[in-house]
Design a binder for this molecule. Structure first.
Ligand SMILES: [Zn+2]
Length: 72
């Protein structure tokens, strides 16, 4: 089973992620390579939310769900 980055289509090998022909009949699974992961995080941070937004959302959710035993 080959892991292929769903964004840039490079395949994961023993020494990293490289462009390579993938035999789709052998079975592939999709993942995200480290480069695309960092780019995606950057875009999310720039366009959708700040770390502070995420922190606030998580606190609100915790409070809504009764604290899950985590509320102090
Ligand atoms: Zn990628």
């Amino acid at each position: 089973m080959k892991t292929v980055c769903c964004a840039c289509r490079r395949a994961k090998g023993s020494v990293g992620w490289k462009e390579e022909a993938v035999d789709h009949f052998m079975g592939i699974t999709y993942g995200v390579c480290p480069d695309c992961y960092c780019i995606a995080l950057e875009k999310i941070r720039a366009n959708y939310a700040t770390d502070r937004d995420c922190e606030n959302m998580l606190i609100a959710r915790r409070n809504e769900s009764g604290g899950l035993g985590l509320a102090g």
